[in-house]
Write a protein of this length. Structure first.
Length: 162
């Protein structure tokens, strides 16, 4: 059986990574009524690949990319114990490979890179109603920390909860 490997991305992976981003957006659309209609992008992936404060990795099986993720070093708020943290994003695993530990492999690679950068804290955002993602992150050690709330000022209360 082929082994899944996690590796740093290359610019030659760009088109496949754009497909991963579309997969993330399609998965998250039902959780976020504020996303614009049509073709949107969360990230400038080419910029992320070359940025020194961002590590982008992919999980690969038999030469095919099956998952992705990044860690972006951010300055922490002045009142926090840590001075910087790694913010995780671009977390994606192909539906047919979910539940096989791919997410953990990606997070472990990003954790190793972050520790090498003297980072001691991981942060990420996940939609409150995205229970499969929350379970996957809790499974690798994340804990719920804070919830972000919103209110659409032009929405009627009935529309907001449909």
């Amino acid at each position: 059986m082929e082994q899944i490997i996690v590796r740093k991305v290359a610019l030659s992976d760009l088109n496949i990574l754009i497909d991963c981003m579309r997969g993330i957006i399609n998965t998250e659309r039902p959780f976020d009524p504020t996303l614009a209609d049509g073709d949107i992008a969360y990230y400038d992936i080419a910029e992320m690949i070359v940025a020194p404060h961002i590590e982008v990795v992919v999980a690969e099986l038999s030469g095919k990319i099956i998952g992705s993720g990044y860690a972006r070093i951010e300055k922490a708020k002045a009142y926090l114990k840590h001075k910087k943290h790694s913010f995780l994003g671009f977390m994606f695993v192909s539906p047919e490979h979910r539940g096989k530990g791919v997410n953990k492999m990606i997070i472990d690679a990003l954790k190793n890179w972050s520790v090498a950068q003297n980072v001691t804290e991981f942060r990420l955002e996940v939609y409150n109603d995205n229970l499969p993602a929350i379970k996957a992150y809790e499974k690798v050690g994340f804990k719920k920390h804070m919830i972000t709330m919103r209110m659409g000022l032009n929405d009627s209360p009935a529309e907001e909860f449909q």
